[in-house]
Design a protein around this ligand. Sequence first.
Ligand code: AMO
Length: 434
Amino acid sequence: MERAYTTDINGSSDKVKVQGWLREKRDLGSIMFLIIADRKGEIQVTVKDDEVDEDLLESAENVTRESVVSVEGSVQENDQAPGGREIHPESFEVLSEAKKPLPMDPRGKQEANLATRLDNRFMDLRKKDRRAIFEIRDAACSGARQYLEENGFMEVHTPKITVSGTEGGAEVFPIIYYEKEAFLVQSAQLYKQLMQAAGAERVYEITPQWRAEKSRTPRHLTESFSVDMEMSFIEDQEDVMEVQERTVKAMVESIKERASEQLEELDVDLKVPELPLKRLTYDEALEMAEEEGEEIQWGEDINIKAMRKISKRLEEQGHDFYFIKRWPASEKAFYYRPDPEDSKYTQTFDLNYRSWELSSGGQRIHDLELLKERIENQGMDPSEMKFYLDAFRYGMPPHGGFGMGLDRFVASVLGIENVKETVLFPRTPDRLEP
Ligand code: AMO
């Protein structure tokens, strides 16, 4: 008999076969209730002493919670059973027995702390509301892909092992590459720019990236995932911001369309953002922070405390997503183009959701000499980036792009406080397994 998903079974189903995990077991003597869970839902199996043979009764009595089982039987309506139907078994087979005791309770009735949950992530993910996060993440990726594909972007896969950092600073992971030292990429940055010199014009990638972050915060991972895009022949950063906001809108729409049940499961009321999104300059953000009693030196990053106050004000005006643009050159990586009107500023933006920074982007420098100067100014050695700089020698169009943290996007729109919850097997300074 073909296997049915629990959610496809209703009171008028005849004979069925379900396979899944034994989530719960209640033995009341002459009657036993077993709850079988598969990836879609749950169903009750009711075992009555006087309805089944001894072998079946013995298997059902001995089976441990979370064992994988296969049950065949007839379906009956029962208002008291979850979903109003139950299976009366004719065969009951244990496909894989679960040992006792369980490392954690996948029903979440006794909630384990985050560390225990992540240590036993395979079991943690058996919980429906945990899996919902990843179904929503999947829908978000589909939305981004669909929008970018429909707008002429080609999906690419750039190298993840490289010879230099991209974002400045020491936050790179060295690896041993035969006799040489190499690094895990911090972002697809250099390669998506090389693809502009290659004439691809519009590329995107959904990719892991690695940063040896010192910060142990609920927003930082050492391995994060990014929706990266790059496009040629732009006028300025505004062209990139338009693609950015439309991508985000498409991601939210896709979540609402493909994962509405999961949103309900997590009790999240997600609003599709209205475009164009609010645009604030860095200077305006600093003024706003000051009005809220947070003094920030011009040229410094906007700290989280100030960001919370700024975002609260914007939220009250109905802006969850918003841009902060025109950042000081001191705050941005070497490849961003200085503002032609005032080179203290750059043609950059961050996209935020409330107080979360989700994305950075802007127009890039496409002039070789200026690029070298900016690399040197940031204490890096242009000779170590020959492969990258060569691409600017022989015809590089004006271009720009963004990198959006997928993990942070999912966490922030779902109101999840710790970004680790949105990654299957998170990597942090303290966690390298499972
Ligand atoms: P940036 O360094 O701002 O820009 O990173 C872009 C976005 O990636 C996410 N992100 C992270 N998420 C979790 N943990 C981390 N350690 C982490 N680091 C980054 C954030 C962030 O906003 N190359 C540029 C982008 C571009 O201009 O195209 C870049 O990497 O959500």
